[in-house]
Design a protein around this ligand. Structure first.
Ligand code: MN
Length: 275
């Protein structure tokens, strides 16, 4: 996607059921300006339906100029869809949701990071990997309380217990962060099947060495499966690159074009830049 502000977004994604689970209950979307992962829960295909429903709700933003309010509203719509899923007595479908939607604020592009649950959103900027989202998990709460150390977290028996989700029988406010997009930012969004198998050093090494987002996503998922693949694994990688404005006197384009896959269809005019 090339915005009037000179932003180019290039995304890639990979997913694998892993070595233990039969079903892949993760879902994801990559389509400018939407890059998200959902990890469903509930058993007996409920998780698959929950994550797919959440991603379907968010995918309506693909190809549009999006404001933060649009994202907040779609997340609530996603929650409503998940809550409607019927899975039988005593059980509730639920899903995590994590990732970025690129939004416009005052004519500048921002990563709007959303997170509910224990999927994660990271940013690699100037070679440094930073976890933006904070897990909604029992393990994170133990970490926050100082009851366990960072080294004890990955193998902890409660590592799969999430404290917030869309659906799953509870009201859970998502967390949001609005971050200005740097000149060369790379964002990773992943399900916990990746971070259960690979630590941040191993993740950063792949993100730094693989030039193409698609290659980076595939290598991350392959390494996680090779490392054990105890859960479904999904990785979404998106690069945001701010092009220099070589002709500052030229009028700014109000249309947004897809560049990630060579698709140069103009956006519908009524979706023009909001200021
Ligand atoms: Mn998972």
């Amino acid at each position: 996607m090339v915005g009037g502000d000179g932003l180019v977004l290039t995304g890639g994604a990979a997913t694998d059921a892993g070595r233990v689970r039969r079903l892949n209950e993760d879902s994801h979307v990559i389509g400018a300006p939407v890059y998200l992962v959902a990890d469903g829960m509930g058993g007996h295909a409920a998780g698959e339906r929950a994550s797919a429903a959440a991603i379907a709700a968010m995918s309506t933003l693909v190809g549009h100029e999006v404001s933060p309010d649009d994202v907040y509203q779609r997340v609530e719509a996603a929650r409503a869809l998940v809550e409607q899923i019927e899975v039988g007595p005593g059980r509730e479908a639920g899903t995590t949701l994590s990732g970025v939607v690129v939004t416009q604020q005052g004519g500048e592009p921002y990563w709007l990071v959303v997170n509910v649950g224990d999927s994660r959103t990271y940013r690699l900027a100037d070679g440094a990997l930073e976890q933006i989202s904070v897990d909604h998990s029992e393990v994170q709460e133990l970490l926050d309380a100082g009851d366990i150390t960072l080294a004890e977290a990955p193998g902890h028996p409660l590592r799969n217990v999430v404290t917030k989700a869309l659906g799953a029988g509870g009201w859970s406010d998502p967390d949001y962060w609005l971050l200005p997009i740097g000149s060369h930012d790379r964002v990773l969004v992943c399900s916990d099947g990746l971070t259960t198998e690979l630590d941040d050093l191993a993740i950063a090494e792949v993100l730094r060495s693989e030039r193409e987002p698609q290659a980076a996503a595939e290598l991350l998922v392959r390494r996680a499966v090779e490392a054990g693949g105890r859960d479904n694994v999904t990785a979404v990688v998106v690069d945001g690159e701010q092009l220099l404005d070589l002709d500052a006197t030229a009028p700014r384009a109000s249309a947004v074009n897809e560049a990630a896959d060579g698709d140069t269809r103009p956006r519908r005019p009524e979706q023009g830049v909001r200021r």
